[in-house]
Design a protein around this ligand. Structure first.
Ligand code: ADP
Ligand code: MG
Length: 259
């Protein structure tokens, strides 16, 4: 191939946004010269490689946008240490099927048992499966919504739209602090907006029976729960704090444990 043709192909690939192939053009050409594939096999491999690179770029970008507070994966989750969690259900959820049907995932349990880890792990898995996600703590979410409300109806509508958009909205640590009346209403509006349109993953240390107290209003709590639970998977994570157990093990193995 003349160098003019090669340059034209490289430019064309770039214009078509086939960046991966454009960058690997020499490599692709010399590999094909050796292996001598059929035209169809050649194209097949080219397309597959380009798609893989494109998906990789998309995943990296969406993981950034999702704002996960740390890197936690389901592969790192020790299911043996946490028998109250149905591993099969978690892996079923990780395919993202629940996102297609706008179902919610509610993780209940005391501190330290792995709720946030599972929420992040599931969030990453659904992003890798091609969906979009956004992670926030309840405190940050409420502060943002309250600020938007103070800024006026347009700002609030824009914020609600922002939280309405991702396929999965992850709200961590619901119930650690009680809601004020105003923010409880804002949370209700958000849940109502997403209801049957988008999934939510919520972690909470409060059982359903205490949500009235959390929201400071039984009727509002019932309306929120009604929508969240209607199409949902609820997981109750129990047991001791993994952190505490882990720390105990480390100190024992260091021989520094106190009686
Ligand atoms: P919670 O949100 O329920 O308070 P976290 O998810 O923050 O708990 O877990 C506390 C710490 O322990 C995190 O660093 C988390 O990665 C780790 N952890 C908890 N459970 C497990 C587990 N079963 N396997 C691996 N790490 C775990
Ligand atoms: Mg947590």
């Amino acid at each position: 191939m003349s160098s003019i043709t090669r340059a034209r192909v490289a430019d064309g690939l770039r214009e078509l946004l086939l960046r991966h192939t454009a960058e690997r053009l020499d490599e692709v050409l010399s590999a094909s010269a050796k292996a001598d594939p059929t035209y169809l096999d050649f194209l097949d491999e080219l397309v597959a490689e380009e798609l893989l690179a494109k998906r990789g770029r998309r995943t990296t970008m969406q993981l950034k946008i999702a704002h996960f507070p740390s890197v936690k994966t389901l592969a790192e989750f020790d299911f043996k240490a946490q028998p109250s969690v149905d591993e099969r259900l978690i892996y079923e959820l990780s395919t993202g099927q629940f996102v297609e049907t706008a179902e919610n995932v509610l993780l209940f349990g005391p501190p330290g048992v792995g709720k946030t880890h599972l929420a992040i792990g599931l969030g990453r898995a659904v992003v890798e499966a091609g969906y979009t996600a956004h992670f926030t703590t309840t405190t940050a979410l409420l502060a943002t919504l309250a600020q938007a409300e103070s800024d006026g109806p347009k700002a609030l509508a824009d914020r609600m739209m922002f939280y309405r958009r991702p396929d999965v909205m992850i709200v961590d640590e619901l119930g650690y602090l009680p809601f004020e009346k105003r923010t409880a209403h804002l949370f209700f509006q958000l849940v109502a907006k997403r209801y049957e349109r988008g999934s939510m993953i919520i972690t909470t240390n409060q059982s359903v029976g205490r949500w009235g107290e959390v929201f400071g209003d039984d009727v509002l709590a019932a309306a929120i729960l009604d929508r969240l639970l209607h199409h949902s998977h609820t997981l109750t994570v129990s047991g001791d704090s993994y952190r505490m157990k882990h720390r105990r093990k480390t100190t024992v193995s260091n021989g520094r444990a106190r009686p």
